[in-house]
Design a protein around this ligand. Structure first.
Ligand code: NDP
Length: 248
């Protein structure tokens, strides 16, 4: 994958899958803007590691992707520093699990606002610049749950399925302008998000994975880097599952 000299923004890039994506792009020679919402320390650490790996530039930038104004300010600041955004990775995501019967509007709104509307804000923000330059790589992090559903995750699965629909629409809107939009759908990956699941839920999930093991953030990052590469120009609107066979 050729990302040398490209400028990337990764939402939620400070930790977990987002951090692995930042490091993979940095290793490839891209400059990286590491977005975070609350984890400033983790984002700074990611920045340091990006620079060690050879990123020409890397810096942390705070913004809650659910907030339209905050995203506009973030995109302006990134473009000011890097000159442009060639690669956008919409990775920021949260869960607020529970059976629908007991799900509060606030749990629904928080998940949809962060996971789906956040990606909408960022994509709309980079749209014109990428179109004008006739180059762009947008990669949205969905989930196997967005394809298959999961009891207790109606809000999360709706947000992740929504990301797939939105990405396919955007792929069609931007295809003739040299901008590709693709989706990576991870299965069960070792991060803070999955560590928070009760032991019984983790064991039940493990039983559904043909490879009988969890994935690593780096497994997802390599798939993201594949779509982010210059050579992947003829690939758009695709969903790539990184899941040890879970969705087969
Ligand atoms: P983590 O909980 O480890 O990290 C979540 C990241 O999202 C953090 O960097 C966090 O930043 C950021 N974030 C959350 N809310 C916001 C917000 N409002 N604005 C900006 N950033 C925000 O999760 P993972 O690394 O596991 O997940 C990353 C993505 O991958 C998510 O979209 C998740 O849904 C998806 N995914 C994960 C799977 C897994 O098994 N782990 C499986 C399938 C999909 P901060 O700490 O600063 O708040």
């Amino acid at each position: 994958m050729e990302v040398r000299g490209k400028c990337a923004l990764v939402t939620g890039g400070g930790r977990g899958i987002g951090r692995a994506v930042c490091l993979e792009l940095a290793r490839g020679g891209a400059s990286v803007a590491v977005n975070y919402a609350g984890s400033e320390e983790a984002a700074r650490e990611t920045v340091e590691r990006c620079l060690e790996l050879g990123a020409p530039d890397a810096f942390a930038i705070q913004a809650d992707v659910a907030e339209e104004q905050a995203v506009a300010a973030m995109l302006a600041a990134v473009e000011e520093r890097l000159g442009r955004i060639d690669i956008l990775v919409n990775n920021a995501g949260i869960t607020r699990d529970g059976l629908m019967l007991r799900m509060k509007d606030a749990d629904w709104d928080a998940v949809l606002d962060t996971n789906l509307k956040g990606a909408f804000h960022c994509m709309r923000g980079v749209y014109q610049g990428m179109m004008r330059r006739r180059y762009g790589r947008i990669i949205n992090i969905s989930s196997v749950v967005g394809l298959r559903g999961n009891a207790g995750q109606a809000n999360y699965s709706a947000s992740k399925a929504g990301l797939i629909g939105m990405s396919k629409s955007m792929a069609k809107e931007l295809a003739s302008r040299g901008v590709t939009v693709n989706v990576v759908a991870p299965g069960f990956i070792t991060t803070d998000m999955t560590a928070a699941l009760p032991q019984a839920a983790q064991e039940a999930l493990l039983a559904t994975i043909p490879m009988k093991r969890l994935g690593a953030p780096e497994d997802v990052a390599r798939a993201v880097a594949f779509f982010a590469g210059e050579e992947s120009a003829y690939l758009t609107g695709q969903v790539l599952c990184v899941d040890g066979g879970m969705a087969v």
